[in-house]
Design a protein around this ligand. Structure first.
Ligand SMILES: [Zn+2]
Length: 166
């Protein structure tokens, strides 16, 4: 709903401009305007069909806006979205968390931004720097993370999952 507010605001401001124009166009004296009650004003100045037109116009803008904003979410089909949920795993023996993004080369899944994190420490997992944990003295600071090998393993697994997904 938040995303749609700007559209409604535009529609509504257009409506206000219309109202303003109507007021000026009719050269209504401001003294008279002040004395007119809102109820009378509505019945006199704004016909029901104008309100309906405004509501119809606003909902049309709302629908167009929603379509535009939903486009990104619908970029991937249902099966692809399901596979994209496999975007992390933890190697518990080594206390390494792996995160990545799943993308598609036509119909073949591949991963990008494979990033290891060390989970041997308190708090949030610490991202590797130069293929190892940046914390001195940590066991994972003495290893060399094989990104290419791990990427191949994950992609092999994803391709397998992809074939089994319905
Ligand atoms: Zn560490």
């Amino acid at each position: 709903m938040k995303k749609v507010l700007p559209f409604l605001a535009v529609a509504f401001s257009g409506f206000l401009v219309y109202l303003f124009d109507k007021l000026w166009g009719a050269s209504i004296k401001w003294d008279e305007v002040k004395s007119v009650k809102v109820g009378e004003f509505l019945t006199k100045e704004i016909e029901v069909y104008q309100i309906l037109f405004f509501l119809g116009f606003a909902s049309l803008i709302y629908l167009i806006g929603r379509r535009l904003f939903n486009k990104n979410n619908e970029f991937y089909n249902k099966k692809q979205r399901k596979l994209r949920e496999f975007n992390k795993t933890e190697i518990t023996d080594a206390s390494i968390l792996l995160r990545w993004g799943v993308f598609f080369d036509f119909d073949t899944p591949f991963i990008s931004d494979l990033t290891p994190y060390c989970t041997k420490h308190d708090g949030a997992p610490i991202r590797f720097v130069h293929d190892r944990c940046p914390m001195q003295g940590c066991e994972n600071s003495k290893i060399q993370f094989n990104e290419y090998g791990m990427k191949n393993l994950i992609e092999s697994d994803l391709i397998d999952k992809w074939e089994k997904l319905k």
